[in-house]
Ligand binder design. Structure first.
Ligand code: MLT
Length: 399
């Protein structure tokens, strides 16, 4: 008799963004005349950068000719993309070896798949509120999960508690959903904690490109000792508009090792290579050429202009909330503005109000954890026109 993984019964019925999509679909079906402004899921709206399109077009042509056609590529990505990523990191002050870089279809997949490398006895520490993938993928393995609260008092940046013993720590900075970003001292405290406890930090840097202040860390590897305790996930989705194109990468330092329950010292880099070569067949050549172009100095400049466009949306949002006297977080090093729901409303209550009365889609903070209750996340990845109109609607809202 086949038995299924009963841990799935411990998950919520549906994934947060699928749940919201279903509510939005019901709303648009009931009100086809209303102009809905989507500021929910962090999905980009600007087209791919010109140099990315050019590189991908050239790659399509190569695939159409016998002499330049390519079949299976290396599961961990082509060397040309590793080199482009290593150079991008070097421009931002981090030296990586190309063997430390693994290309994938995105940070979400890798954040989930990385659970394969760790024994189920590990104690997991996650911030609350948090990107639901970290929690759900560990619930699927029935692992013990501890939460550390993100609150207005700690600016939604929980710090290590020496009394808490955790083995695997998830950090996301700039944070999804709150938009808060750790500075170097704060990140150093986490690296020190991980080294002291032989723990591993799983560092999600998907939003690093939103950091404009050179004093703020864009990679955990800017912190001494991080290569002995951290794996970093990153993505072209938010940096280069690849949400539909799909490409990301994970950095697993060559020197990173931990013991197995049998007492064998094992290389995480070798384990991840083994995992990927077994379960993954790589990202397609065309997309990897596009990603390489996005990492080139010209591509980085073009993508930088896209990020500036989204930052302007965030600025418009913050301006409106200032006028309304709403408390908010994020928006500075992040495409997300994390706003305190007005009049003591609950997250879903304010979500419903925005949807039904103002035709604006947000993401209820409660969907990211119990500490997100009473907050709502708005994404700055929309158009200027849409954001402006949404802010006008909020400004006129009589609550
Ligand atoms: C979000 O809206 O939180 C993100 O777009 C989800 C993701 O990156 O998977």
């Amino acid at each position: 008799m086949a038995l299924v993984n009963g841990n799935f019964a411990k998950l919520k019925e549906s994934y947060l963004f699928s749940d919201i999509a279903a509510r939005v679909k019901a709303f648009t079906e009931a009100h086809p005349d209303k102009k809905l402004i989507k500021m929910g899921i962090g999905d980009v709206t600007l087209p791919l950068a010109p140099s990315v399109v050019e590189a991908m077009t050239k790659a399509v042509q190569e695939m159409g000719h016998k002499e330049t056609f390519r079949g299976y590529g290396p599961e961990q990505g082509y060397e040309f993309l590793h080199e482009a990523i290593a150079k991008y990191y070097a421009r931002h002050g981090v030296e990586l070896e190309t063997k430390e870089i693994f290309v994938s279809d995105g940070a979400k997949s890798d954040c989930g798949n990385i659970t394969d490398l760790f024994d189920d006895s590990n104690v997991i520490l996650v911030p609350d509120p948090v990107y639901p993938v970290y929690v759900d993928t560990n619930v699927m393995r029935d692992r013990k999960i501890l939460y550390m609260n993100g609150t207005p008092e700690n600016d939604f940046l929980p710090m290590p508690d020496p009394a808490v013993k955790a083995d695997i720590i998830y950090l996301c900075s700039p944070n999804n959903p709150t938009g808060a970003a750790y500075n170097k001292e704060q990140l150093k405290a986490w690296v020190d904690y991980a080294l002291k406890n032989d723990a591993i930090i799983l560092y999600d840097a998907a939003y690093e490109a939103f950091i404009t202040n050179p004093e703020m860390p864009r990679s955990i590897y800017t912190i001494p000792g991080a290569k002995d305790c951290a794996i970093e996930f990153c993505s072209f989705s938010k940096t280069a508009g690849f949400t539909g194109t799909r490409c990301g990468y994970t950095v697993v330092p060559l020197q990173l090792t931990r013991k197995s329950p049998e007492g064998n010292e094992m290389s995480l880099n070798k384990m991840w290579l083994r995992r990927q070569t077994t379960k993954f067949n790589g990202v397609n050549y065309i997309v990897q050429r596009g990603a390489e172009a996005a990492m080139s100095p010209v591509g980085e400049k073009e993508c930088g202009d896209m990020l500036a466009y989204y930052r302007e949306n965030a600025r418009m949002m913050m301006e409106t909330f200032d006028k309304k006297g709403y408390k908010y977080y994020g928006g500075v090093y992040s495409p997300y503005v994390w706003v305190k729901c007005p009049n003591g409303m609950g997250s879903w209550e304010y979500f419903d109000h925005l949807l039904n009365d103002l035709a604006i889609v947000g993401t209820p903070g409660a969907g990211f954890g119990t500490m997100g209750e009473g907050y709502l996340r708005l994404s700055a990845f929309g158009t200027h026109e849409g954001t402006k109109e949404a802010m006008e609607r909020i400004e006129k809202d009589n609550i």
